[in-house]
Structures are given as structure tokens and as C-alpha cells.
Write a protein that binds this ligand. Sequence first.
Ligand code: CA
Length: 229
Amino acid sequence: MVRSVLIVEDEPSIADTLIFALEKESFSPTRVATLSEARSAIAASEFSAIILDVGLPDGNGFDFCKELRKDSDIPVIFLTARGDEIDKIVGLEIGADDYVTKPFSPREITARLRAIFRRLDKSGRHSSEASFSSFEIDKCKRQIKFKNQTLELSRYEFGILELLLARPGQVFSRQQIMESVWEDPDMSLERTVDTHVKTLRGKLSAIESGEEYLLTHRGVGYSIKDEND
Ligand code: CA
């Protein structure tokens, strides 16, 4: 099965590199340089995934992703500027599936694409069963249920858990957590993340003590267990 991938990138050299890499891996790339072209392309044909630059001549990729997410769950990989942690976090929060930082190697992109398609194939195969998760999140009410019990969470605990749940299995560093959850991250110590994680973990184990869901990665950060693994 040939997967068609829409590349939205205004810089010709990057677009060419991507096209070359994708074709080499037997994907079928289509390239556009603006958001308005992207809208027309999506209206005209179906794509398996979108590689989306953040800075485009007629708008930014984040807004476009939000727009897309209103009626589509097509996989989106963001191309973000170098070292911009905030961009990455924002990207994941608004529903991107992955991100790659410029400059990237073409193999990095094709590996991410394959990983996304693998995940999709996996969940697609099991689509008749409900996807297993111990957590239920209600973003409007800012409420999270764990094992069908509503957790009483502080603002920071909610923010941390919400962020981790957006990407089960992915490790977030303390700094990433701070930048995403705290309004004024420079004013706090990264150690306060540990404190909130500790109380959060206590609340989870009060409901279920047998298994660890909130994982510590020493010297790196925290993640939520990927229950579909
Ligand atoms: Ca650009």
C-alpha cells in the first residue's frame, strides 16, 4: 500500500529533501508551499499523513493543525525551529502526532512516519475493541478519571497529567513540563515538578496501588505508562 503524504513547506531545499527521502522509502509525497494550497490539496485528495512546517507565508502550522483537528484525525508531523521546546509542546498539545526539529535528517522523518503508520495499523486492527486506558480526560471540565474515579487534582497536577496523557510512553523532561504547565516557569524550581508528581502519584496509588502508571526516568523526566504497548 502506497501512503500519500502531504508536505506543507515553503522552503524549496527542505521540501526537495523531504520529497527525495519519502520517494526513496516508497511513500508518495505531494508538496505545497502555503496553507491555502494545503487546504485545496486536502479537499481534492486523501492523504495518509501531513508533514507541516510551522512558519508558512500565509499563516502558521499550529493554527492550521487546530483547524484540521475539528474534523480530521489525519496524522500530523510538525517541522519546528531548532531547539524550540515550546513549539514542540504546543504542537503535541494541539494534536500533532510528532514533531521533528530542523535541521533534521531525512531518515528521521521517514522513521517517524513509519512509526505513526505502525501505530495506526495496530489500533486499526483492534478497532472493534475499546482502546484500553485507565484514564479518562474531560478537558472542558478539567477533570481526569482514573479507573472510573474522578481525581481531585490541583491546577498543576492536572496540567502535568494532561500533558503526559497526551503522549503515553513519551518521556517529558522537567523543563518541558514546566514550560507547558507553569505560567511563569522561570520563577519556579524544576524540583517543584517532582513535588507535584509525588502528590499526583499518591492520588493514583490511593485508587490502585498495585501498578505504577506514572513512571520516573532517572535524570530524564516522567512519562505515563503506554497501556497499548
Ligand atoms: Ca517555513
